[in-house]
Ligand binder design. Structure first.
Ligand SMILES: [Zn+2]
Length: 180
């Protein structure tokens, strides 16, 4: 899944966990759930438009999509970073693998000796696939990674998660002051 969808999942989890007390427990739960949610969302991404590491610079749709994702990610970080720093960090953390395994070696010829394979992604995907029935459900999903129309599925999912996040925030506000 793209960064905005992961960020949205972090905001939803953070808003839902707002009243957990004490603060250290809330932070631990939020960090763990956000990290795990990355695996769940990336498991589902076989059914959304996501050509993975294919760099389709001569494909105008792919280029437009990358620009929209970059702008939306930037906008979300500007708007939500201060309030949901921890949740956003852990929602995106597994993708640090791609910086270590792909970006640094390819663009700067820097190879981290102990980080040559996607360690975080490997762990989080194993964790997600250990959820009962989730793995079986994933195998039934159609492979739409190269289908442009499947971008609508991720947009719908993104809108749904953001809508739920707003609902969760409103419920927490209505329930009284948040725990310290
Ligand atoms: Zn990922």
């Amino acid at each position: 899944m793209q960064y905005p969808t992961h960020i949205a999942s972090g905001i939803l989890i953070d808003n839902t966990a707002r009243r957990i007390h004490p603060a250290w427990l809330r932070m631990l739960i939020v960090a763990t759930l956000c990290y795990g949610a990355h695996g769940v969302l990336d498991g589902l991404d076989i059914s959304v438009y996501d050509p993975r590491d294919l760099l389709l610079f001569n494909d105008s749709f792919w280029c437009f999509f990358q620009v929209v994702v970059a702008i939306t990610t930037y906008w979300m970080l500007v708007v939500y970073w201060k309030k949901h720093m921890l949740a956003i960090t852990f929602s995106l953390l597994p993708d640090l693998d791609w910086v270590m395994v792909w970006f640094l070696p390819k663009c700067f010829h820097i190879v981290i000796p102990f980080w040559k394979t996607p360690i975080l992604h490997g762990n989080v995907m194993r964790l997600a696939r250990s959820i009962p029935l989730f793995n079986t459900a994933l195998e039934k999903l159609p492979d739409l990674r190269l289908t442009r129309e499947a971008v609508l599925i991720e947009i719908a999912l993104f809108i749904l998660i953001m809508w739920l996040a707003r609902k969760a925030a409103k419920i927490q506000v209505a329930a009284g002051p948040r725990s310290k």
